[in-house]
Design a protein around this ligand. Structure first.
Ligand code: ADP
Ligand code: MG
Length: 344
């Protein structure tokens, strides 16, 4: 009998393993390619003003469920998650392209709704819609957005330059989008059982909005610019804080220590986690889709952000040999696990 060719399941190496495998086969040929695969956006150009590009695809049934995701919000979110990757490079978004795969389930009016959301996002983030592609899709909706941004050469921030003793900062609060999703899934199940029941989402307003209509922290990028503060490293929190800390640690070749009692969690997130019998800290560490920014700054810059109401300092950059740790509320030290989102 002839031997079967080897078949490796994608789940065995995971999303990041797969991306590493792809990128290991390519070397950049153009000197203008300053950063290829492996950061929030690619960086290219040759002068003082560099260009950024990033792309993100959202699939019905994987990233969104139209039974509770209004099309307008979906359009907004598809743009915001891309803008967030430009923010993570300390850049300004300028243009987007939008590509759609559509089944005949969708009417012209439905697509108008989707584009209303895209238009709101274009206003909020000052970007121009400059193109895209439209194809038919056998079933669900696919929306892929690419964003082009710019950043001056001396302001670009990568994942790779965090240094020992830097301070670790996080914007906003964490875990809300994940718990918003839990609430929406629960209400969907209740509605399926009993279509007479109208979902009461008002009580969960903030976290449901975190899930359905996330923003990108361009406000913080503008403020850092005004303060004359360039972080040493930065990433946006799309897969959960723990996972992003691992990216910073790996790319910067450092260790990380964070403090449990410093993690920013809103009261609604905390209360909802308790209601769902979940640990609020686990939700903050591993819940995805908050689209906040995680960045490191030199100690001399601490003064500039220490009173900022929307930036929390959660720990410090350590020696690589010390690994990734969290000091718990009871003063125990535990090693951090990066769960992140696993779609495979
Ligand atoms: P983010 O979460 O910031 O959007 P990802 O984890 O999706 O970033 O991607 C990490 C890096 O891998 C990025 O540089 C991205 O451009 C690259 N990447 C992702 N998928 C592919 C692919 N199929 N082919 C080539 N590069 C990819
Ligand atoms: Mg990112």
């Amino acid at each position: 009998m002839s031997e079967q060719p080897k078949r490796t399941e994608i789940g065995e190496i995971g999303e990041f393993g797969l991306i590493d495998q792809i990128s290991s086969k390519f070397t950049n040929k153009n000197s203008s390619t300053l950063k290829g695969i492996g950061d929030d956006a690619a960086v290219f150009g040759s002068g003082d003003l560099l260009q950024l590009i990033s792309t993100d695809m959202l699939l019905e049934g994987v990233h969104f469920d139209l039974s509770y995701m209004p099309l307008q919000h979906l359009g907004y979110k598809a743009v915001a998650v891309n803008v967030s990757d430009i923010a993570a490079m300390n850049g300004l978004p300028k243009q987007i392209t939008v590509s759609l795969g559509l089944s005949n389930r969708f009417s012209v009016e439905a697509i108008e709704e989707l584009y209303k959301g895209i238009q709101f996002a274009c206003e909020d983030f000052s970007v121009d819609l400059v193109g895209g592609d439209t194809t038919s899709s056998p079933s669900g909706l696919v929306i892929s957005v690419s964003v082009i941004g710019e950043v001056s050469k001396d302001k670009v921030v990568y994942r790779k330059n965090a240094e020992e003793n830097d301070i670790i900062c996080v914007t906003g609060d964490l875990g809300g989008a994940y718990l918003g999703l839990q609430v929406l899934e629960r209400e969907k199940a209740v509605f399926k059982e009993n279509p007479e029941m109208q979902p009461d989402l008002e009580k969960y307003d903030y976290i449901v909005k975190r899930q359905l209509k996330p923003s990108a922290r361009m406000d913080v990028i503008h403020e850092l610019g005004d303060l004359g503060l360039v972080p040493t490293s930065m990433i946006d929190i799309s897969d959960g804080l723990a996972s992003e800390l691992f990216h910073i640690a790996k790319n910067s070749q450092v260790g990380i220590t964070i403090y449990e009692d410093k993690l920013p969690i809103s009261k609604m997130t905390y209360d909802t986690a308790v209601e769902f019998n979940m640990d609020p800290m686990t939700c903050a560490l591993n819940g995805g889709e908050d689209y906040e920014l995680l960045f490191t700054i030199g100690q001399t810059d601490f003064e500039k952000i220490k009173n900022h109401p929307d930036i929390a300092t959660i720990g410090y950059v350590d020696k690589k040999a010390n690994g990734l740790k969290m000091v718990t509320k009871n003063n125990n030290t535990v090693s951090l696990q990066a769960q992140g989102w696993k779609h495979f």
